[in-house]
Design a protein around this ligand. Structure first.
Ligand code: GLU
Length: 477
């Protein structure tokens, strides 16, 4: 048997998930086919001078679905980028947006480079040239296609993209909406960096609050005290772990990184681990660990004894090979596509609750949506109402004091009478989005007897929403 390329098997899994869910919808075959395929695939090759050499860079932008515009999705910088991987990720973006009711089509970009092998200057050249290619082909713009960060990129790259786009579109008043995940002082939004991890936390918390589901898994309700293992301490993994520990009282028992996996059944403080990683460039020697697995065995993080396993790195991590050894009762997909279709079948047979990526990591694109809205409105959230609310609350407190004869303490008054800042509104909007979306897919999962897992429920929900858009367009009978 020829070995399938990793990207191909990832895309294959996504298509299998789609087909499984499509069977539960009553949409015409043509519409299902239109929802499944990638609408536009742009493949680029461009030269970049690195030192004295010229390197030809391979890059992509895939727009999966135009049922809503703009299309939306991150840009990944990784050596493993290939066309099918980007197609898989773009497909997931369409479903992700539909699930959390963010009115975008799905897209994804990829540049096949190892970003850690390039200088900042070279990365800037690559990013600006990639953006130029997108501009020339009309593949970027606030109403066309809006990139964002993904694996290997962050706000620095987004600032370069914005600046390059603006250079070509001087007169466009909404130019800042051409990309999201920008630095706050460059038309970004507070809370975007933590958004995916925070959304993952809200999603896990919601799942753990379901008494019936927890009982079936043999777990007590609530995230507090649950033993959590995290694969990957990148932006998503680090924020998920930190917020789960600090706001959810989850216990971090294992962390896996490039240089190994560390485990302690009694729990480890995630802030100390992150500090150690920053100071020492890895986690392997972290003193709080009781068990250590070296680099070659780093995937042991997927097999340790825990309640919640959070793969927050890359795709294809839990496969038919290691799925039988997964001990967690809940697998929370913070990364995109961490479980293959075969891996999933094994986990489901074992009764594991899988909280699917298309729902769970949608916090990033949700806050990207808020950022895009902020850019189009040209105003920070909270600017109009903050003082007004503050004055109203103060008047109300005065009234309560007068009527009751009690004086409210200074601290308490400050807390109650506070008007919402941008960060408060972003977090509140994100929490509302994740909780509502969870309830929506959970309702399908409970109500439809033949839907026996959360991923299928999530895909059914997404396919129905996208399908009804196509039907409403009237281009199909
Ligand atoms: N790259 C992120 C994702 O996979 C965010 C996309 C966005 O904000 O547009 O969901």
């Amino acid at each position: 048997m020829t070995k399938m390329a990793k990207g191909a098997s990832f895309y294959g899994s996504v298509l299998q998930f789609f087909d499984k869910a499509a069977a539960h919808t009553h949409l015409p075959a043509g519409i299902l086919e239109q929802i499944k395929v990638c609408n536009s695939v742009l493949r680029m090759r461009f030269p970049i001078k690195v030192g004295k050499e010229v390197k030809v860079i391979e890059a992509y932008r895939v727009q999966h679905s135009h049922h809503r515009l703009p299309t939306k999705g991150g840009i990944r910088y990784s050596n493993h980028v290939n066309q099918e991987e980007v197609m898989a990720l773009a497909t997931l973006m369409s479903f992700k947006c539909a699930i959390v009711n963010v009115p975008f089509g799905g897209a994804k970009g990829g540049v096949k480079i190892n970003p850690w092998e390039y200088t900042e200057y070279e990365l800037e050249k690559i990013t600006r040239r990639y953006t130029t290619e997108l501009v020339r082909r009309n593949f970027i713009g606030p109403s066309i296609d809006v990139p964002a960060p993904d694996y290997g990129t962050g706000e620095r790259e987004m600032a370069w993209i914005y600046d390059t786009y603006r250079a070509f579109n001087e007169k466009e008043i909404d130019a800042a909406g051409c990309v999201t995940g920008k630095p706050v002082h460059q038309h970004g939004i507070r809370g975007r960096t933590e958004a995916t991890g925070r959304g993952v936390f809200y999603g896990i918390r919601e799942a753990c609050n379901n008494v019936g589901d927890m009982k079936k898994l043999g777990l007590t309700p609530g995230i507090a005290g649950k033993r959590m293992a995290i694969q990957g301490l990148g932006n998503v993994g680090a924020h998920t772990a930190t917020i789960s520990q600090d706001e959810g009282d989850a216990v971090i028992v294992a962390v896996g990184e490039v240089d190994g996996t560390i485990y302690n059944p009694d729990g480890m403080d995630i802030h100390e681990i992150l500090k150690w990683k920053q100071e020492h460039g890895g986690i392997y020697d972290f003193p709080g660990a009781k068990v250590r697995y070296p680099r070659e065995q780093r995937n042991m993080v997927l097999e340790v004894d825990c309640d919640i396993l959070v793969p927050a790195a890359l795709e294809n991590q839990i496969t038919f090979e290691n799925a039988p050894r997964v001990k967690a009762r809940i697998v929370a997909e913070a990364a995109n596509g961490p479980i293959t279709a075969e891996g999933e079948r094994i986990l489901l047979d074992k009764g594991v609750l899988i909280i699917p990526d298309v729902f769970l990591n949608a916090g990033g694109v949700t806050v990207s949506y808020f950022e895009w809205l902020k850019n189009l409105s040209h105003m920070r959230f909270g600017r109009m109402e903050k003082r007004f609310n503050q004055n109203q609350y103060a008047t109300l407190i005065d009234l309560v004091e007068r009527l009751t004869g009690h004086t409210i303490g200074v601290q308490e008054r400050r807390f109650i009478a506070r008007g919402a800042d941008e960060i408060d509104l972003v977090r509140s909007g994100l929490e509302e989005t994740m909780v509502t979306a969870y309830q929506e897919i959970h309702e399908l999962y409970k109500r439809r007897k033949k839907i026996t897992d959360m991923r299928t429920a999530a895909f059914v929900s997404a396919i129905q929403k996208i399908g009804s858009d196509y039907m409403a367009m009237g281009i199909f009978p």
